[in-house]
Ligand binder design. Structure first.
Ligand code: NAD
Ligand code: ZN
Ligand code: ZN
Length: 342
């Protein structure tokens, strides 16, 4: 079968590889669509990514092609989403529903295995996964649903972790309206009545930011949000970029007691000083580097999509044109999510 693989640092190719062989507890899925995440670019540019060669693609949906001898509950043809977080399911955190920070498979500084980031992913004709990591799509289209595995899941988790600051009358800022951010905006709109300020550097992304109350170019955002809030700041800020300018922006407009959520992995940073000078962070701000999401977040995202309350905006590429999709994402030329179709 054809697979888009990371072959060496900085290089991806479409290669011929064997169809995966399944174990008794696994399912072979014929891929319908595989979303392309900005994290795939971080992996591509990693100087020494530990899993090479690697079939990329951590947002995958498709149809069951074969089931292992010990699998029940799935039959050939079923439409399924491949859940991102391949956690142990048994440790204290998993049992408490925090499988994205699994003790056994992630540990203190790691993360549970994700298809396409360790095990082979979905940018191929087939992917294999343990049956327990599949979610039935139940009526959702498998191509447009694929990005819900990360571009839906991860914003859902960040938002669910900030509910205490998303009450009526609050202001929330979404920075970066790409794959994750355009879903974050929709999820926030569907699940809260906060005032939403959408921020991007790209006017075209702002034009498509339906559901936002205000749309602001990044360079003007700090001033505009402070003006909108009488100088107080935003109660919740979701940074879906994480580069230095957006980290500066996020810390520069968060309100006292605000929820500051870093999701983007652009290597921006800030220095916190434990003193009465609150010029870096106002009193009471809580900061989270939000990772992925939990199985419950995934179910919630799928339910919102089935209810028609959120929808991924997709740009479709044949798998054979996958390298072009990577180039387009890198150039900022993708709106919504690029999905590769084998
Ligand atoms: P994307 O390329 O689809 O979108 C990025 C968006 O940010 C674009 O709309 C771009 O115009 C905008 N942007 C760039 N510079 C900006 C600035 N200065 N101000 C405002 N907007 C700006 O990327 P994506 O796939 O949505 O991923 C976003 C980030 O999230 C990446 O760093 C990715 O690695 C990370 N990520 C993190 C997790 C997690 O669990 N924490 C999960 C998935 C992705
Ligand atoms: Zn991702
Ligand atoms: Zn666990």
């Amino acid at each position: 079968m054809k697979a888009l693989q990371l072959t060496s640092p900085g290089h991806i190719d479409i290669n011929d590889v064997p169809v995966p062989e399944i174990e008794p507890d696994e399912v072979l899925v014929k891929v319908a669509g595989a979303g392309l995440c900005h994290s795939d670019l971080h992996v591509l540019h990693h100087p020494a990514y530990p899993a090479i060669p690697l079939t990329l693609g951590h947002e995958t949906a498709g149809h069951v092609a074969a089931t292992g001898a010990a699998v029940d509950g799935f039959t050939a043809g079923d439409a399924v989403l491949v859940y991102l977080v391949w956690a142990c399911g048994r440790c204290r955190q998993c049992v408490a529903g925090r499988d994205n920070v699994c003790i056994t498979t992630g540990g203190r500084h790691g993360m549970p295995p994700c298809p396409g980031l360790g095990p082979d992913g979905g940018m191929a004709e087939y992917i294999k996964a343990k049956a327990r990591f599949l979610e039935p799509l139940d009526g959702l289209d498998a191509v447009t649903a694929a990005p819900l595995a990360d571009a839906g899941l991860t914003p859902m988790h960040a938002i669910n972790g900030a509910w205490h600051r998303l009450t009526s009358g609050s202001t929330a800022v979404i920075i970066g309206l790409g794959g994750l951010g355009h879903m974050g905006l929709q999820i926030l709109r569907a699940t809260s009545d906060v005032r939403i300020v959408a921020v991007d550097v790209d006017q075209q992304k702002l034009d498509l930011a339906h559901g936002a109350d205000e749309r602001v170019l990044s360079a003007d955002a700090a001033e505009e949000v402070l003006e909108l809030t009488g100088g107080y700041g935003a109660d919740a800020v979701f940074d879906f970029v994480g580069i230095q300018p957006t980290v500066d922006l996020a810390t520069g407009l968060i309100a006292p007691d605000g929820a500051l959520r870093f999701v983007g992995l652009g290597a921006g940073s800030f220095t916190y000083s434990a003193s009465a000078a609150t010029d870096v962070l106002p009193w009471g701000v809580d900061v989270r580097c939000s990772y992925g999401g939990t199985r419950a977040d995934q179910r919630q995202v799928l339910d919102l999509a089935r209810a028609g309350r959120i929808a991924v905006r997709t740009e479709r590429y044949a798998l054979a044109d996958g390298l072009q999709a990577f180039a387009d994402l890198e150039a900022g030329a993708v709106t919504g999510r690029a999905v590769l179709i084998p």
